[in-house]
Design a protein around this ligand. Structure first.
Ligand SMILES: NC(=O)c1ccc[n+]([C@@H]2O[C@H](COP(=O)([O-])OP(=O)(O)OC[C@H]3O[C@@H](n4cnc5c(N)ncnc54)[C@H](O)[C@@H]3O)[C@@H](O)[C@H]2O)c1
Length: 308
């Protein structure tokens, strides 16, 4: 018999729902569970989204109890570039905020999805990052994600996560991470014909199209708890890896006049501390992960959707 509740039948809470991932995950969850069953929340105001600050422990518990929430997608966080500018706030939101969600989930017998990141890896990790390897990130952001992965397996609830690579999407702006250049570049290419990139041309990082990331999230949450190992705190999943220069050349297939210059800033340092590629055999074996988008396909989708 299952140690935890079986797969979801109830109502769903999304924190940080107005961000780059939340904007698309809420849509997908509403398709799956029905519009009314998904409560979107954020610290910012918007139509169809309730205000909920993840630092408000009582507020989370009250909302989860009143709405009979059985599944939480906890997306509220500060990302790497923003987080390193304000490490104390990053720790508070990413760790204390998560602890608050876990406490409320425990009381309400709810399952939790909480994203991890490729930022858990540090310079001592092989450039082709395995699932299991020492996690010694140099950024505070990365450290908060390591704590999140540990809490997933020690907190006594059904909690799962994915080490998302840099996510590329067109529906909402990127939220202050080191891989934001791979989103900004499309807007600048179409609007100005030029982009000044904040990492070097040869910087290679793991990336993924948002459709793949959303599908991965929903697929992982569909798997019975018993089928998952302790890697469930943060599964490696690979989309595709490319350099900033390769991204430019793929965009030039559509916009031959597009130019890009490279002016690395502090974010180069974070990028250099992360792996170039991700080994995702564990996610493939445990829950059948398979990406659908390679670099050129991502670029084709981004350009055609942004042109609309
Ligand atoms: N986007 C990526 O490339 C990427 C990569 C790896 C991991 N992740 C992780 O995925 C999750 C979501 O990322 P995202 O890209 O959607 O981020 P984002 O910055 O776009 O969105 C985060 C949202 O959280 C909200 N928020 C901030 N503080 C809050 C608070 N105290 N209470 C409630 N809401 C608050 C913000 O208003 C924002 O809408 C984060 O945990 C992030 O670390 C994202």
């Amino acid at each position: 018999m299952s140690m935890f509740m079986d797969l979801p039948t109830g109502r769903v809470l999304v924190t940080g729902a107005l961000g780059q991932i939340g904007t698309e995950l809420v849509e997908a969850l509403r398709q799956k569970h029905g519009h009314e069953a998904v409560i979107a929340t954020d610290i910012r105001e918007a139509e169809g989204c309730q205000i909920l600050n993840v630092m408000d422990k009582k507020g989370i518990k009250k909302l989860m109890f009143e709405e009979q929430i059985t599944e939480v997608y906890h997306l509220a966080a500060l990302l790497s570039a923003t987080g390193e500018k304000n490490p104390k706030l990053c720790w508070d939101i990413n760790v204390t905020g998560l602890e608050n969600v876990i406490a409320a989930a425990k009381e309400n017998n709810a399952r939790v999805f909480s994203p991890s990141s490729i930022a858990v890896f540090g310079p001592d990790c092989p450039k082709n990052a395995p699932q299991i390897t020492p996690l010694n990130p140099t950024t505070v952001y990365g450290k908060t994600k390591v704590v999140g992965e540990e809490l997933a397996v020690t907190s006594g609830i059904d909690m799962r996560g994915i080490r998302y690579p840099g996510l590329i999407s067109y529906k909402a702006p990127a939220g202050g991470g080191t891989t934001d250049y791979a989103v900004e570049i499309f807007h600048s290419a179409l609007e100005d014909g030029h982009y000044e990139c904040f990492v070097r041309e040869d910087t290679k990082l793991p990336m993924m199209y948002m459709d793949d990331a959303i599908r991965a999230t929903i697929e992982l949450m569909n798997i019975p708890f018993e089928d998952l190992s302790d890697s469930r705190g943060g599964y490696n999943i690979s989309g595709c890896s490319f350099t900033a220069g390769e991204l430019v050349r793929s965009i030039q297939r559509h916009l031959p006049e597009f130019t890009c210059t490279f002016k690395p800033d502090i974010r180069q340092k974070y990028a250099d501390s992360w792996p170039e590629e991700i080994v995702d055999v564990v996610a493939k074996e445990e829950w059948g992960w398979k990406p659908r988008f390679n670099l050129d396909k991502i670029v084709d989708e981004m350009i055609s959707n942004l042109k609309k």
